[in-house]
Write a protein that binds this ligand. Sequence first.
Ligand SMILES: [Zn+2]
Length: 260
Amino acid sequence: MNHDSIDPAVLDRVSQVFARARSVLFITGAGISADSGLPTYRGIGGLYEDATTEDGFAIEEALSGDMLRERPEVCWKYIHQIERACRGATWNRAHEVLAMLEGRYERTWVLTQNVDAFHRRAGSKNVIEIHGDVHRLTCTRCQFRDRVEDYAGMSIPPCCPDCGAIVRPEVVLFGEMLPGAAVAALERELGRGFDLVVSIGTTSVFPYIAAPVVLARRAGRDTVEINPGTTGVSHVVAHRMRNRAAVALDAIWQRLETAS
Ligand SMILES: [Zn+2]
């Protein structure tokens, strides 16, 4: 199937759903950044089709909190690969449309699993980065924090300029808890409810990513999925657009602009 050709009947229905909503939650995953040239990820930003790294570890081991503590150079090698994939890439039309939609609704939130920070860079303000942002660094021992454009010129693994301990990115590694502030923000906003929940470019394997879609459907709210493939929530949503995110969102945006 050609993922650039949109079913006009589906576009009509989805555009109507977008037009009548007043509060919207967009849930995004690697598929939205695929149009920026980023690989679709496995696990935390996982660029990995193979289950095993070249160091012989399962990727879940290499990118784990335990590995960061015990062998930071191994963990950092793979963190560095994830960041390198983002470098030179930037947000695309899909991120741009979500940022513009924030001005259309009374309440708009983006819940993203991506660590590339493209939503914020594209202009979205209400973003819950549930897996963190690879550009935010923090010392594993002291209060040192930093924000970097990229890792170019950094020694890997990086050390804290204040205390010499290992610095880490503020991302959720395997075996680690989700960031408390992000979870609290998500719970607060889900408690307020949304007229429309849209799942974009995510396989929805994590329960906290699938649950808002399931809850919305149960509550009789509108639900849409934008994804070329079939996912964990495909059978839950009321409307499916089987297209790439940038193509689908651009088409929806044009409909909304024409109608208003
Ligand atoms: Zn430090």
